[in-house]
Structure formats: structure tokens, C-alpha cells
Design a protein around this ligand. Structure first.
Ligand code: 13P
Ligand code: SF4
Length: 377
């Protein structure tokens, strides 16, 4: 491993990672759709190849229709790195923009239209908090090695922390390989921050009998001795959009529509994942519907905007939200509204880039190392 200085974790816990956020100026509030669309198109035409706009699959229609690329979180970061553009406007959430900043060239600037677009699940495992748990866990583990593995949905300082402690990053598609990598190097995997993805992965690898949950908010809940003796320690984080899906949603659907197929994201609860026909990242969900035969029915267990996009993109397939009207949008993704997009693009035209996400260099190098280890899986 290259020699690197360690990351400074002397930051405060906060709701938004970037507190110096700039709010939308008043003149951008209440733009009508036609004016906004014209202004966005004009700005994009002026900026040409200087800008690339990325839209996560969960962004609303009025945003993704302006994106050069629409995709899953990691795929979009790789698009940013491949692009020659000086400016990357990332319509997604903070951890995604940070990842893009980590893997793009130093002379590329990453812009997140609204700094309030912070994934609550990423915020459930702040590096400072994990550092404290790590001390307890490694103390209890004695000579046994604990290897931290963090999901892509985490902040750059946590990715850096994992690299520093001999661990790595994973996506929902390669979490099982990341676990295998970790078990070649240690006895216990500490998985952060999504307990459902961690549990689903542990089950996939047959490790279901040796899982312990670590609840950092419950002073009596985290038993370091028991955790250190387990194969897998799950940080108690979750996504409220995906937790909403229940086993009975799949059972009810199968009763009402025996012809329907079910595809869900691995951030869903284990019972839901086990009841589904296909499980995978937002890209896998898109590919599954794209490959469906005309007339097939697919129920989608993920964020509602993606289900709506899929119905628009594939009118020959019947697309249903898995829990009907109870399916949620992501309140972090929702912060990026098209008025914000208009604003940051017009600021770029004016030569005043706004809401730039910049991961500090030492943190970025270590986070990059954690991602590099993932790429070598
Ligand atoms: P993907 O990486 O599958 O796009 O998922 C990101 C996400 O935030 C899921 O909730
Ligand atoms: Fe975070 Fe869940 Fe939103 Fe994904 S859907 S960005 S995990 S809150």
C-alpha cells in the first residue's frame, strides 16, 4: 500500500456534508417550465463540450431530459472521468458528486446543483462515529483482523478511512466479491453503512449464522466482544426508500398478478430480496426492463422516479411500482430541481462556478485507493 498521511477526522457531525451551501437565488424560484427549458438549453449550447451533465436514475424527468448520461451512481462517476469536459454537473446526491471528484482529473470541477441533496443513509455512518466504533471493535478483536468495507453510498472521508484501515469500497453489484477480498485478509468484515445490503451479501455467501448488528446510537446495543467474534458486523444504516418495501407487497402482487415479475434493489430488506425474481443496482433494474419481451409485466422495488422513467422509456412493457402509491421518491434526490440546474449552468456561463464539491486532497487520494481496490476485484 502506498505511504499516505492519515485523514483528519476532526469534523463535526452534520446533517449536510457541505454547510457552506449556496441557496437558490430568488429570481430562480418559480420559473415556468418553458422558460426554464429554454434557458437550460441556451446555457448548454453556450458551454458546449466544457460541460457534461450527469443524471442519476432517481432524478425527476425535467432533470434527466437535460442529462448527457443517465445511469447508476458509480457508472456516472466513470462517465465523468471519461469526459473531457472541464465541468461536471452531477444531478445526484453528495456522495456521488464526491466520488466523481475523487476519480476525475484535478482540473475537472464537479458541481452539485443543490448541496442539500445529501443521502440520509450516507449520513448514518459519519467517519468520526465509525472511528470510535473501530477502536472498540479492533480492541475486542485482539489478534483477529477486522476489515472495513463501505458501500459506495458513503462520504469520501469514510471511504478514505476504510482504505487506511486496509479495506475497500464496493457497489451493490460487487459487494459479494468485496466480502471475499476482505475474508482473504481478515476474520471479520465491518460493513457500512447499509445493513440490508450487508445482510443480503452475507446470505449470498452463506454467512447468515454469524452476523451481528452494530447500532452506534444505542450505548448498550453494541457488544464489541460479540461483534469481534462474528464473521460480519453490520452497521445499523438503511435507506428509508427501500426499507418501505415489505414481503407482503411481493406476495400480494403475486396473488393479484401471477404473470408479473419482480425486480428490486439490494438495499431492500432480505425477505423482499429473497421473494424477488431479480435483484440488482439501478442499472440492473434498467437492463432487466429493457430486455423484457413486449407485454411482460415488471414490478419495480426501488425509488419511484425510476419506475416512472422505465414506463416512459419502455411503453411496450407494463411497469408497476411494487408497493403502489406507497412507493416513495428519495427526498435527497428531490433537492435537485430544474431551477437549480438552470442556476448552476447560468453561473458557469458567467464564469462563476457555484456549488463546487471538492474533496480535500489527502482524503481524495485515500478514497481513490479504496475505489482502486474495488476495481481490481
Ligand atoms: P445505484 O448505485 O444502484 O444507482 O444506487 C444508488 C442508490 O442511491 C440506491 O438507493
Ligand atoms: Fe440514499 Fe436511499 Fe436516496 Fe439512494 S434512495 S440516495 S440510498 S436515501
Amino acid at each position: 500500500m502506498p505511504e499516505m498521511e492519515s485523514v483528519d477526522l476532526e469534523t463535526d457531525l452534520s446533517l449536510f456534508k457541505y454547510d457552506d451551501l449556496e441557496q437558490l437565488p430568488d429570481e430562480y424560484r418559480g420559473l415556468d417550465e418553458q422558460e426554464r427549458t429554454e434557458r437550460i438549453e441556451r446555457a448548454l449550447a453556450t458551454l458546449g463540450d466544457d460541460v457534461v451533465v450527469l443524471g442519476h436514475n432517481y432524478q425527476r424527468r425535467e432533470v434527466v431530459e437535460h442529462a448527457d448520461f443517465v445511469g447508476d451512481s458509480y457508472e456516472l462517476s466513470t462517465r465523468a472521468a471519461e469526459a473531457d469536459a472541464d465541468h461536471v454537473v452531477f444531478c445526484g446526491v453528495t456522495f456521488m458528486a464526491e466520488s466523481a471528484d475523487v476519480i476525475t482529473d484535478d482540473d475537472q470541477q464537479v458541481i452539485l446543483p443543490s448541496m442539500e441533496a445529501s443521502c440520509p443513509m450516507a449520513g448514518m455512518a459519519e467517519a468520526l462515529q465509525v472511528d470510535a466504533a473501530w477502536a472498540e471493535l479492533t480492541d475486542a478483536a485482539g489478534d483477529d483482523d477486522v476489515v472495513p468495507v463501505t458501500y459506495m453510498n458513503s462520504y469520501a472521508d469514510l471511504k478514505a478511512f476504510c482504505a487506511e484501515q486496509g479495506g475497500l469500497v464496493c457497489t451493490s453489484s460487487n459487494a459479494h466479491r468485496a466480502f471475499e477480498w476482505a475474508f482473504e485478509r481478515g476474520d471479520t468484515v465491518l460493513f457500512l453503512p447499509d445493513k440490508h445490503l450487508g445482510e443480503n451479501t452475507a446470505h449470498r455467501l452463506g454467512l447468515e449464522d454469524s452476523i451481528v448488528e452494530w447500532d452506534p446510537w444505542d450505548p448498550d446495543g453494541a457488544d464489541a466482544e460479540a461483534a469481534a467474534a462474528a464473521d460480519v458486523v453490520l452497521w445499523d444504516g438503511y435507506c428509508q426508500v427501500h426499507e418501505r418495501f415489505r414481503e407482503h407487497h411481493v406476495a400480494d402482487l403475486r396473488e393479484e398478478r401471477p404473470d408479473a415479475n419482480v425486480v428490486v434493489h439490494p438495499e431492500c430488506r432480505r425477505e423482499v430480496v429473497e421473494a424477488a425474481d431479480v435483484v440488482g443496482s439501478t442499472s440492473t433494474i434498467c437492463e432487466t426492463v429493457a430486455a423484457a419481451d413486449p407485454g411482460e409485466t415488471w414490478a419495480i422495488g426501488t425509488e419511484i422516479h425510476l419506475a416512472n422513467h422505465l414506463q416512459r422509456w419502455h411503453p411496450e412493457v407494463e411497469v408497476l411500482p411494487l408497493c403502489g402509491d406507497a412507493c416513495m421518491d428519495c427526498n435527497a434526490m428531490r433537492q435537485i430541481d430544474p431551477n437549480y440546474l438552470t442556476w448552476v449552468l447560468e453561473e458557469l456561463v458567467a464564469g462563476t462556478p457555484t456549488n463546487v464539491v471538492e474533496v480535500p486532497p489527502r482524503e481524495a487520494d485515500l478514497a481513490d485507493l479504496a475505489v482502486e481496490r474495488m476495481l481490481e476485484l
